[in-house]
Design a protein around this ligand. Sequence first.
Ligand code: HEM
Length: 162
Amino acid sequence: MLTEIATLGTEPDAISLSKLPYLNAVCAETLRIYPVGMLTFPRITNESISIRGYEIKPNTVVMGCIYLTHHREDTYPDPHLFKPERFLERQFSPYEYLPFGGGSRRCVGMALAQLELKLVIVEILSHCQLQLIGKLPIMPVRRGVTLAPNGGVSARVKSKYV
Ligand code: HEM
């Protein structure tokens, strides 16, 4: 990823930065393994529907579980391993990968959030090398309706580039 970021030069523009394949794969895998929103917002069925043998009556509240979808062994072999390469090897459908939900109520901030994530990573990694400190591995915990690192993530600046 560092080699890829180095190709951006000293004043990277947002468009080139957003197109870096490995950076994109790292961000996608991060949101797969620990999706910030574990569940979609609720939906209410207008009519009865059958999903994989489950009959759901009209006026039933249903919520998609993003976390469980992202941890299906058949879609993501070794689902608990962080493997950005998955996103370089194949494309996932909106039914397999949905960190921002789906359909007409999908997150309106998706494009902004994805760009922001990449901008922050490139800004940090172009200027310094970080080293994780504290107890590892850092496990996620539920924080309200979101998932977050237990106790935060502490890192120290190991070296700085000019
Ligand atoms: C990594 C960052 C973010 C993640 C993982 C995320 C995830 C989600 C998810 C899972 C939903 C539910 C979608 C559904 O039920 O289908 C949602 C909805 C929403 N998000 Fe985000 N979001 C993020 C950032 C943002 C940002 C930056 C904004 C605003 C600038 C935003 C605004 C919204 C709004 C307004 C909705 C409700 C959409 C609706 O009900 O029509 N989100 N988000």
